[in-house]
Design a protein around this ligand. Structure first.
Ligand SMILES: Cc1cc2nc3c(=O)[nH]c(=O)nc-3n(C[C@H](O)[C@H](O)[C@H](O)COP(=O)(O)OP(=O)(O)OC[C@H]3O[C@@H](n4cnc5c(N)ncnc54)[C@H](O)[C@@H]3O)c2cc1C
Ligand code: SF4
Ligand code: SF4
Length: 438
């Protein structure tokens, strides 16, 4: 069999989709890697360090990003989403929608001149809206493909309806490579695929509706993902731990577990990774500033990964992290915007309070936005929480033969597990193709 002729589509360019693509590309399959954002990388690109080794996240990810980009068998389709799919006797026909980038991918050299000149500022979603970027932007510093994109909604030229009068266009004027192309439009196209791997990951639960925690009401209550960007040297505060109310460096931090997890009113399941990532946050806080005292408020600690329990012991013994078994009833603030946590001590059942300077909420991992719509398009079943349904004996199979799934779209999981089942999904896709397509 000539494997080179066989094609696999991987939907989602996070660490799971990247790993599946690399495995399949190395096996000789032609891979179309579909990513809705301007660059691949997913959540891992936003992380500062990875637990339990505290290795730099982007240092592990970056070589895989460039391997993917350079791989002769992998084509990255950025700013692209699946619109329609039809099952054929042999494989699938997939209709895709590619959003206009307004920058010619073959001409842009990522020199950044356009960004300097662009006058339009926008809240940066990669930085969890704690920073601003320009209307023309590189999704993140190490992003791949390393090509600018223009935000249609915020670009002064593209928003201008009066075609008689040219507004802005500074990026076009300054670009010496003629890379700006305002004539680009969103385009539909189809690709044939012999198998599909779904790797659309997960989102972070928005804790705003849980009023008792005061997220969005109090500036010094932020989420775990916001904290990841804050402690990252390339993030909005260049790695300085900074209260949003007064830019002071806090000396006491409380981490609140199970925000939107293990609660029948929100998501009844455990998000599996947060006990350990809050431990990581507490360790890294102390490494940033040895005066910082961290307390982790938990219901019970779930550290179900290789080396995770030892990591928690290290946090206690070497970094002085306090673990308090207590359920937070409410967070209030004092006149200096210091959060005060009111909680029930689950060991003594006493109601207690603790004043700190900063609070980090460990929010649930929830299915990716619109994953239900995508599942409908693909015809795959979801579980009761809207993660991809799989079974114990075939964890990467979906109900549709030829469509496999991996990573956090299967349910909350860490990077090593995502990589394991990404390789599993690639192997299963290969086996499926060689069994059915001769
Ligand atoms: C605060 C925080 C800290 C963490 N810390 C750690 C840690 O230290 N160590 C660790 O092991 N794990 C950690 N994790 C978990 C880790 O982020 C996940 O395990 C990992 O990102 C899962 O990878 P993934 O590829 O499955 O999903 P993702 O990283 O979510 O990637 C999914 C990709 O699919 C794309 N996508 C989504 N929908 C579509 C669509 N319809 N079409 C096309 N593309 C789409 C997305 O844009 C994204 O690029 C942490 C998580 C959080 C929230
Ligand atoms: S669009 Fe032009 S100016 Fe902007 S980074 Fe690319 S090559 Fe440089
Ligand atoms: S046209 Fe103006 S606003 Fe639009 S991206 Fe270029 S410089 Fe920015």
């Amino acid at each position: 069999m000539n494997q080179n002729a066989k094609k696999v589509m991987v939907i989602g360019g996070g660490i799971a989709g990247i790993q599946s693509s690399l495995d399949l590309g190395d096996m000789g399959y032609k891979v179309a890697l579909i990513e809705q954002e301007p660059c691949i990388g997913g959540r891992m690109a936003q992380l500062d360090k990875t637990l339990p080794t505290n290795d730099c996240s982007i240092c592990i990810l970056a070589p895989k990003l460039s391997d993917c980009f350079r791989h002769p068998n992998i084509k990255i389709h950025s700013l692209t989403q699946v619109q329609k799919i039809s099952k054929k006797e042999q494989g699938f026909t997939v209709t895709l929608l590619r959003k206009a980038r307004f920058v010619n991918e073959d001409l842009c050299i990522n020199c950044g001149l356009c960004v300097e000149k662009c006058p339009s500022k926008v809240l940066d979603t990669f930085e969890m809206k704690m920073n601003k970027r320009k209307a023309i932007y590189l999704y993140y510093l190490q992003g791949v493909p390393a090509i600018m994109a223009i935000d249609k909604e915020k670009c002064l030229y593209l928003k201008n309806k009066n075609k008689e009068k040219r507004v802005c266009g500074f990026c076009e004027d300054v670009c010496q490579h003629n890379a700006i192309d305002f004539t680009q439009t969103d385009t539909n196209y189809t690709l044939e695929s012999d198998a599909i791997i779904l790797a659309v990951g997960s989102n972070q639960y928005d804790p705003t509706p849980l009023y008792a925690y005061g997220y969005k009401k109090y500036k010094n209550v932020i989420t775990g993902l916001e904290y990841e960007r804050m402690i990252s040297a390339s993030g909005p505060t260049e790695g300085h731990i900074t209260r949003l109310s007064d830019k002071k460096h806090p000396k006491t931090i409380a981490f609140v577990q199970c925000v939107g997890s293990r609660d029948v009113n929100t998501n009844p399941y455990c998000s599996s990774i947060c006990c350990t990532y809050s431990t990581k946050h507490a360790i890294l806080s102390r490494e940033h500033d040895e005066e910082i005292q961290s307390s982790i408020f938990y219901i019970d600690l779930r550290a179900g990964g290789k080396g995770f329990q030892k990591y928690i012991e290290r946090a206690k013994n070497e970094y002085g992290v306090k673990y308090i078994r207590g359920k937070i009833a409410e967070i209030k603030i004092d006149e200096n915007e210091n959060p005060i946590l009111f909680y029930e001590d689950l060991d003594t059942f006493d109601v207690k309070s603790k004043k700190v300077e900063f609070v980090i909420l460990a929010c649930a991992m929830i299915p990716t936005k619109n994953s239900d719509k995508l599942a409908k398009v693909l015809g795959i079943e979801l579980d009761e929480f809207n993660f991809v349904k799989s079974s114990i004996d075939s964890p990467v199979n979906t109900n549709v033969p030829g469509i496999f799934a991996c990573g956090a779209c299967l349910g909350p999981q860490d990077i090593p597990h995502s990589v394991i089942n990404a390789s599993g999904a690639a192997a299963k896709a290969s086996e499926y193709i060689s069994r059915t397509k001769r």
